[in-house]
Each structure stands twice: as structure tokens, then as C-alpha cells.
Write a protein that binds this ligand. Structure first.
Ligand code: HDE
Length: 674
């Protein structure tokens, strides 16, 4: 059967331009869409009303099961462009020659339901479907390069533990509760990921500012059949940026669609988000020398050890036309690979190869989910798979089996297997298990659960380390089971004594004895690439500045700041107490929705606003969230009311000085405030 290019029998178009008629699903024109059919104008509604019944029936069935994880997501179309082909490593066409490949990308949170907020502390999914000429390749990754568990058999336990608790149905979209931390305290393999999860990585400022990782080690296979191990990386052009915790919490209230809207509006405005695709490659000989197992998804390969080589870029340049048809129905499967890309024996990856195909049947209801426009490959597909619910294709002829000799009788015999088809890579020589052993065991190196957790923590700046400690204190404060807290503290002592003491002090708990590792940790050098602050971009690109103006408005100040912000690649929004005077209303635009603020106010305005609570919150939150504030001396009354203490982040309204400050945040303030 042939795919999108020459399918037949698809029936009518949903909507033909120029045809204004409203019709039923059967194409019958509707004359009255306001009133159901009744026996008399006050009489009962008649069962005969097929128009009413069809409409309500369809509405009743609009929802499909949400994803068991990653239910909340936002997607966009775009393209991948291979800029530095790697034919020496892979036969995959989209990577071995320059050129563009269409993609659809979906970002997601993990724990919350489809209607939950965009800014919980959570890992972000980063799934890309490449519609290559050789079939679809799905790179289904996260914004963190490691995972909580090593073996797929633990995934249902992990997810049950993190999702809302089974009896009470809460908390929604939060890991700060008993069952999650109970599980973590008993599963030291999750500790490395916990360091990441408690860091600012899980509080992204925007989906345009997250990294992406394939997490597992995959394989590239070249024309000679040689395999090279690969780790996938997405690096955002806008750099990594995060919110602070208090800000993320307030953002959830101010705009629960913060990230979805940000992505949609950036694309709508032509400010297309972009990532570089990078690879770390290595062979079995290198892998065998490392102090960790490259098949263990709780470990990363430091970029200092193997630099990331950029092979292309992805640009997202088109919003979905329909959220449900595209973002909701898109079905990613790590098992969707193309010739030249293959799997490894990572036991987490192996489980995923089953799970995703399986889950699409339960979500989308049919084995024909690949026929939905968002899932169909853009190259032809031919096989003898037939029938099933919601079959959209009408294959012709008798050939629905293979081999057949129908062509010898002059009939169309259909497709055949080819030499150039996908061949599974199989070799006993590089990291594969010996096939005659069946074991429920893990390789020995999988037993080191602490070394990389320590490496991650020690690679952070002082402020970032403080955020990790604060996050763990917050999360454990929500844990009611005492021995879980003790167990976590015991693990933290093995990771870093300073971290353990900071958390113990924050909780007013005594430090227990350190945990006993299964395998003694080793010392790993720190890595700057693991820190957001150390890789922070020095520009306002992709960020927003809120300019507060008053009734007596000093327009020239506001204009000069806007100009400087835009010249640096940022956006500016004018905010005033009353919407008519500006682009946004102050009470509805708290400063959590911008990255820095400027007070373009006269003394009279500032004095008035110093008595207006939303203005005080606007300024005091910006200060507490470590953002730059432009304010001349005439604004002192408002600064005082908001408790602002002048520091390097509080500048005059001189546009250059302010823009320079606005590019960063001021973590030293935290010591004064929290
Ligand atoms: Fe997933 N995961 N996962 N996961 N995952 C799903 O598939 C699963 C894992 C990831 O935007 C589900 O279509 C198992 C790692 C993303 O549609 C499900 C295991 C990584 C998305 C599933 C893992 C991910 C999913 C739910 C352990 C990072 C959203 C709905 C063996 C590399 C994709 C669906 C989208 C979604 C299973 C572990 C990333 C149930 C069994 C590791 C980005 O199939």
C-alpha cells in the first residue's frame, strides 16, 4: 500500500474554501443550528433530530486518553538542516548530506495532566519527529541528559510514585510529596537525576531556552556496517535560561500557559526558535575505559571528555494549525529509526522500544495511528499490513501477502524486501551481552550511583548550589514520613557533605550516618557545561523587559529604553495601571512575566504607585527574582515601598547601563532576601 502520495478513497474535504454551507458529517446542509427539533415550541425534543444527535454524539467523544506521562505539551513544525554531514559515521541520508528535513517537535512536562500549568518544577520532554526521505526518525528525549532509573522494569514504579498519590489524587504536577521521595530514598540510582531535577534546569524561562538530550547511547552505522556509539544533544541558540523558584510558582498563577504562549507567539512573530543538533561519538574501546557504563542512562559523558560536534540545526517556524490533530495526536516512538541509526542494549531504551508503540494504540485507539497526517511519513510506505479500525486507505488488488507470484500473471504483486532495507546491527564485540546468558542482573558499573551526582553538584556556581539545596529543603518539607528524610540526608552526605549540611540545617534535622554505596564513588572532574550560569548568553535575545509608565508618563524615557532593548534582541512591553495607556495592564502583568523591569515614571507617578499594591508587587517581585531594575532617584518612594535595596542590578534609566544589567540576574541578592 502506498502512503500519502497516492492514497485513494479518502472521501470529502473537511471544508472547501468558498463553500459557506454548514453541513452534517454526512454532508447534508443544515438550515437551523440554533434550535433542536421539538414537538411544539415548548414540547419535548424529538429523538428523530439526527442533526442534534450527531452534534452531541460527536462532542461526547471529543476527548481521548491523555498521555500517562508527558500529558501537557506544546508543539511546532519546522525543519532540520544538516550543515556538517557525517557520511563516515552513518548512512542515514538526512545526516550524511547537506539539506533540510521537515520536523514536528513537541515539548512537555512529565508529571502533570494535560491541563496542568507550564511552570512546575519538572523535567521537560523534547521529542522531535524527523520526516526523512527514508522514513520517520523520532528522537524522543528530555531536557536533562540522564534519567531516574536504569532499567525499564522500574518505570511504572517511578511514575506511580511521582504522579498524584493514589488515594488522595494530589499533588498535581509536583514531586514534593511522600511517595516520590520515598521511592528516591530507596533507589540511589535516581540521585544523579535528582541533582538535575532540583537545579534550575527544571524551571526553564522558556521552551526556547532548554537543551535536549537523547539520554541513551544510540548507534550510528556507516556504509561498511561499522557502528559508532552516539549521544544526541540539542543546544538552544538563545542559550539556557531559567526562572527562580518563587517566580515559577507565581508564574503558574499569573499565566498557566506561559511556555505554550511564549512558543506560539515567538513563532507567530517570526522570531523562530532554533537549536543546534550535536553528537558525542565514541567506540567500544573508549567506553570500556570509563568509570561508568555507557549503557547506563543515569550517567552522562562530560563534554570535556568528548566534545559535542555540531552536525545541523533545527528551526521551528510554523505553529500547528490544530492543537488536537497535531500536538495531541502526534505519536512518538523511540523504535522509529531509519537505516544508519540503531539501538544499544541500554536496558531502559530496550523497554521504551515496546512501550511507545503500545501506548499509541491505547491513546489513539487503533493500530492505524500512523495514518494520521501528523504521524504519516512524508515518503511513500508500502506493505501488506491491512485493515484494522479507522483504516483510511483503500489498497487495490489481491496482493496482501508476500511472497507472491501475482506479477507473473500480470497483476500488481506489491512491494518486496530490498537489500538496502534496514539491517539490525549485531556484533558480539562491542558492549553486547553474550547471547546464551539470560540474567536478571545489571552490569557491575551500573552500581555507582553517586560519582556523577557529585560531579553535577560541584560543577554548579555557589548560587546554583544554593538553589539545589533550597529545592531539596522545599520538597522534603512536604514529606511527612520521617525515615524518608533521614534516608535522603544519608545519600546527600555521600554526594557532598556541604549539600547535606545545608539541607539538614534548612529542615532543622540532624545529619544521619552516610549511606553505604553499592560501589565506591570515584572522583570526576567538574564540567562547566553542566551549569546554566557558567554558560549564560550575554544578550537580551528572546527575553522581555516590562517598562512601567505612569499617568503623567515620561514617554522619552520609555522610548529610549525600548529602543535599546530591541537593539539588543529583546522585546519590550509598556505597562500601565490602565490598559488604555499602554500595551498591558499592571495588575494583570506581574513582573514574573518579564525578565527585567524599567520604571519610566515621574516622581508624582512613583509616589502614587507606591500606594498601589500591584505596583509594589511588580517591583518587589522583580527584585526578589533577582532581575535588573531601572529606576531613577525620582522613583525612590516606589523602591522603598517595594523594599528594594540598591545593588549592581538596580541601575538608572540610562538605556545602555540598564540593558547591560538586564542581560543577567543578580544571585547575590538572595543572601539579603531569603
Ligand atoms: Fe517516555 N513515555 N518512557 N521517556 N517519554 C512516553 O509515550 C516510557 C523515558 C519521553 O511528546 C509515553 O506517547 C518508558 C526517557 C518523552 O508525545 C510512554 C520509559 C525519556 C515523551 C512512555 C520511558 C523519555 C514520553 C507516554 C522507561 C527521555 C513525550 C505517551 C523505560 C529520553 C512524547 C507516549 C510526546 C512519553 C514510556 C523513559 C522521554 C508511556 C516505559 C528515558 C519526551 O510510552
Amino acid at each position: 500500500m502506498t502512503g500519502s502520495s497516492d492514497q485513494q478513497g479518502n472521501g470529502g474535504e473537511l471544508h472547501q474554501r468558498g463553500d459557506p454551507r454548514l453541513t452534517t458529517n454526512q454532508g447534508v446542509a443544515i438550515s437551523d443550528n440554533q434550535n433542536s427539533l421539538k414537538a411544539g415550541d415548548r414540547g419535548p425534543t424529538l429523538l428523530e433530530d439526527f442533526i442534534l444527535r450527531e452534534k452531541i454524539f460527536h462532542f461526547d467523544h471529543e476527548r481521548i486518553p491523555e498521555r500517562i506521562v508527558h500529558a501537557r505539551g506544546s508543539g511546532a513544525h519546522g525543519y532540520f538542516e544538516c550543515t556538517d554531514p557525517i557520511p563516515e559515521l552513518t548512512t542515514a541520508k538526512f545526516l550524511s548530506q547537506k539539506g533540510r528535513t521537515p520536523v514536528f517537535t513537541r515539548f512537555s512536562t512529565v508529571a502533570g495532566g494535560a491541563g496542568s500549568m507550564d511552570t512546575p518544577r519538572d523535567v521537560r520532554g523534547f521529542a522531535v519527529k524527523f520526516y526523512t526521505e527514508e522514513g520517520n526518525f523520532d528522537l524522543v528525549g528530555n531536557n536533562i541528559p540522564v534519567f531516574f532509573i536504569q532499567d525499564a522494569i522500574k518505570f511504572p514504579d517511578l511514575i506511580h510514585a511521582v504522579k498524584m498519590e493514589a488515594d488522595r489524587g494530589y499533588p498535581q504536577a509536583a514531586s514534593a510529596h511522600d511517595t516520590f521521595w520515598d521511592f528516591v530514598s530507596l533507589m540511589p540510582e535516581s540521585l544523579h537525576m535528582i541533582m538535575w531535577a532540583m537545579s534550575d534546569r527544571t524551571l526553564p524561562r522558556s521552551l526556547r531556552m532548554i537543551e535536549g538530550f537523547g539520554v541513551h547511547t544510540f548507534r550510528l552505522v556507516n556504509a561498511e556496517g561499522k557502528s559508532t556509539f552516539v549521544k544526541w544533544h540539542w543546544k538552544p541558540k538563545l542559550g539556557l535560561q531559567s526562572q527562580v523558584w518563587n517566580e515559577a510558582v507565581k508564574t503558574a498563577g499569573a499565566n498557566s500557559d506561559y511556555h505554550r504562549q511564549d512558543l506560539f507567539e515567538a513563532i507567530q512573530a517570526g522570531d523562530f526558535p532554533e537549536w543546534e543538533l550535536g553528537i558525542q561519538t565514541f567506540d567500544a574501546e573508549w567506553a570500556e575505559k570509563q568509570p561508568y557504563d555507557v549503557l547506563d542512562a543515569t550517567k552522562l559523558i562530560p563534554e570535556e571528555e568528548i566534545p559535542v560536534r555540531i552536525v545541523g540545526r533545527m528551526v521551528l517556524d510554523r505553529n500547528p494549525d490544530n492543537f488536537f490533530a497535531e500536538t495531541e495526536q502526534v505519536a512518538f516512538c523511540p523504535s522509529h529509526v531509519v537505516p544508519g541509526i540503531d539501538f544499544t542494549d541500554d536496558p531502559l531504551l530496550q523497554g521504551r522500544l515496546f512501550s511507545y508503540l503500545d501506548t499509541q494504540k491505547s491513546r489513539l485507539g487503533t493500530a492505524n495511528f500512523h495514518q494520521l497526517p501528523i504521524n504519516a511519513p512524508k515518503c511513500p510506505f508500502h506493505n501488506f499490513q491491512r485493515d484494522g479500525q479507522m483504516q483510511m486507505h483503500v489498497p487495490k488488488g489481491r496482493a496482501n501477502y508476500e511472497p507472491n507470484s501475482l506479477s507473473e500473471a500480470g497483476e500488481d504483486g506489491g512491494p518486496r524486501e530490498t537489500e538496502a532495507g534496514f539491517k539490525t546491527y549485531r556484533s558480539m564485540s562491542d558492549l553486547d551481552n553474550t547471547p546464551d546468558q539470560k540474567l536478571r542482573r545489571r552490569a557491575e558499573l551500573f552500581g555507582d550511583h553517586y560519582s556523577q551526582a557529585t560531579m553535577f553538584y560541584r560543577s554548579q556556581t555557589e548560587a546554583e548550589q544554593r538553589h539545589i539545596a533550597d529545592a531539596i529543603v522545599f520538597e522534603l518539607s512536604k514529606v511527612g514520613i520521617g525515615h524518608v528524610i533521614t534516608r535522603i540526608l544519608a545519600h546527600l552526605r555521600v554526594i557532598d557533605e556541604g549539600l547535606a549540611s545545608a539541607v539538614a540545617e534548612g529542615l532543622a534535622e540532624d545529619l544521619p550516618d552516610p549511606a553505604t554505596p553499592f560501589r565506591q564513588p570515584v572522583e570526576m572532574p567538574t564540567s562547566d557545561a553542566l551549569s546554566i550560569a557558567k554558560t549564560h548568553p550575554n544578550t537580551l535575545k528572546g527575553r522581555k523587559v516590562g517598562i512601567l509608565i505612569g499617568e503623567n508618563g515620561d514617554q522619552s524615557k520609555a522610548d529610549a529604553i525600548r529602543k535599546a532593548v530591541e537593539a539588543d534582541g529583546g522585546m519590550a512591553v509598556l505597562i500601565a495601571k490602565k490598559r488604555g495607556m499602554a500595551e498591558a495592564q499592571l495588575a494583570g502583568t506581574p513582573s514574573v512575566l518579564v525578565d527585567a523591569i524599567a520604571l519610566a515614571l515621574t516622581e508624582e507617578d512613583a509616589t502614587k504607585l507606591a500606594k498601589y499594591k500591584p505596583a509594589i508587587d511588580f517591583v518587589s517581585d522583580a527584585f526578589a527574582h533577582l532581575k535588573a531594575i531601572a529606576a531613577d532617584d525620582c522613583c525612590q518612594a516606589l523602591l522603598d515601598a517595594a523594599g528594594v535595596m540598591r545593588d549592581d542590578g538596580v541601575t538608572s534609566t540610562d538605556p545602555d547601563a540598564f540593558v547591560k544589567a538586564a542581560r543577567q540576574r543578580f544571585p547575590d541578592r538572595e543572601a539579603k532576601l531569603w
